[in-house]
Design a protein around this ligand. Structure first.
Ligand code: PBE
Length: 270
């Protein structure tokens, strides 16, 4: 008897995360672009469920394909994970995380705007906080706020030239993934240090964009571009100010355990 193909073993399912995530939307596009993926489906559930399925598969050395991304702790926890090559480039090349401000923020709250504009850090910074939260069960908000004080060499640059204020309110909108919560709470912490009164609201990607575009929120530091959330970006372009990358070197794609004998999305059999 022929051994079962990976496709058969996985029931032709890619293990994904929440509907409405950028990586979900982009993966649906991958499924329609690659003819070898005809008949495959993206199983959508939650990030926690995907990580649980990944753990289980690795424990049993079974094949699995997940929708993965960096920054994330999965690569530190499972060092032999690999991204599948994407010869059609549907997942894009280098992804970055950008800051968007509402129109008018610069004039109305110049200090808050300046912090947002100056905010930037590295993949390792964000990933370090995420990994610590995962390993210790620590609270992502607390760890992110603590990071600001433990890394003043970096975080002090974000408030350079910013004057203290007395309780001006700032509304930051973000998504609900740990990656974006770390950056948002880190920025909230430095803003509060300058006297701002910051509210953080996690929301779906579409709601996050809408909040900044309508002016309901002042800003977000959680925008994955140029590929992950392109659909939402294009829909609202012109109704926000793009302050550029706050983190470079992010990535999304199909991720598999190293023991799987494939290297490319094209190696998945129809
Ligand atoms: N992510 C993590 C999100 C953004 C942060 C890549 C899962 C997404 O929209 O896909």
């Amino acid at each position: 008897e022929e051994p079962m193909s990976y496709g058969e073993q996985m029931d032709y399912q890619i293990t994904g995360i929440e509907p409405g995530a950028g990586v979900t939307v982009t993966t649906e596009e991958v499924l329609s672009e690659y003819s070898n993926l005809t008949g495959w489906e993206l199983e959508q559930s939650s990030t926690a469920a995907m990580m649980a399925e990944l753990r289980e598969a690795i424990d049993q050395e079974e094949p699995i394909v997940v929708t993965g991304w960096n920054p994330h702790w999965m690569f530190a926890e499972y060092p032999d994970l690999k991204y599948l090559e994407d010869p059609k480039g549907v997942y894009g090349e280098a992804e970055e995380i950008r800051t968007l401000a509402r129109i008018g923020l610069k004039e109305e709250k110049p200090g808050a705007y300046k912090i947002l504009d100056q905010f930037e850090w590295e993949v390792e910074d964000m990933e370090g906080i995420m990994l610590e939260a995962e390993q210790t069960g620590g609270d992502i908000e607390e760890l992110s706020r603590q990071w600001v004080h433990d890394n003043q060499d970096k975080s002090e640059a974000w408030t350079k030239g910013v004057e203290e204020v007395d309780g001006i309110e700032v509304e930051l909108v973000t998504t609900q993934w740990d990656s974006e919560l770390t950056s948002t709470y880190a920025v909230a912490e430095v803003m509060e240090g300058k006297g701002y009164d910051v509210t953080v609201t996690p929301a779906d990607v579409s709601v996050m964009y809408q909040a900044v575009a309508t002016g309901d929120a002042d800003a977000t530091v959680a925008v994955w571009m140029p590929t992950t959330t392109k659909e939402f970006y294009d829909e609202h372009e012109g109704d926000f100010e793009d302050l550029g990358a706050n983190l470079e070197g992010a990535r999304i794609g199909m991720v598999v355990p190293g023991y799987m004998d494939i290297e490319s999305i094209e190696d998945l059999e129809p």
